[in-house]
Write a new protein. Sequence first.
Length: 240
Amino acid sequence: MPAQIPLIGERFPTLTVQTTVGTKKLPDDYAGKWFILFSHPGDFTPVCTTEFYAFANRYEDFKSLGVELIGLSVDSVPSHIEWINWIKQNLGIEIPFPIIADPRGVVAEQLGMIQAQSPTAAVRAVFIVNSQGIIRTIIYYPLELGRNIDEILRAVKALQVIEREKVALPANWPNNEVVGENAIVPTASTIQEAQSRLTQYKGFSWWLTYKPVPLEDVQVAAKFLERASRKPTPLTKKQK
C-alpha cells in the first residue's frame, strides 16, 4: 500500500483515468457535484455482479441526490464492456455509470484499495466525495461481503444535511433511539455557550441537545432505511 492513502477531510487526489466512457479527470470532471467512487475485486465475479445490479437499480435515487457514480476494478475496458453487456442481457438492467479500467492496479494502489486480504484484487471500497472535491466518507468491505447500497444512499443524504444545516446526526438516523429523527446540535465551545444551550434547544444536558431536521430530508432518508429492511423478490423467483 502507498505510504499515505487519501483521508477523510482531504481533497480527493487528482487522477486521470480510463473508463468505459472515455478519459476522465478526477475530481475535476465532477466539480460542483457529489460523486461516489466504489471499487470491486473483479469483473465476472458473483458478488460484484449483484452489487452492480443494486447500484444500477438505485441509480435514479443517487441522481435525485445530485450524486454521480463511478466504479473501478483491476480489469481492462474490454472486460468491463463485456461484463456490463452480460449483465444487461442476462439480468435485464443497464449499467448507466462509467467504470475505471485499472489492469495494473495503479489507481487502486494509490487509493488504498489493495489491502492485506489480496495482493491483486481491490477490496470493496467506497469514497463519498462532496461538491468541493472533499472526501467525506470512506468505507471498506472485504472481498466476500457485498455492500448495503441503501445504507450508502442514507449516508449521502445524511452528509448533505450535515453540511447544509451545520449539525451532527445520531446513530441510525433518522430512526435514533435517543433523539429520534432530530439532529444533534454541535457541542458548545465556550462556558457562555454551554450555560445558554438548554435555553436555546431541547436536550438531556448542555452537551447533548437537539433540533428538528426538515421533514423532507427525514422522509428521504427513512425511505432508504425502510427499503433496506424490506425483503425484495429476487430474480431467482422470476426464473421459469
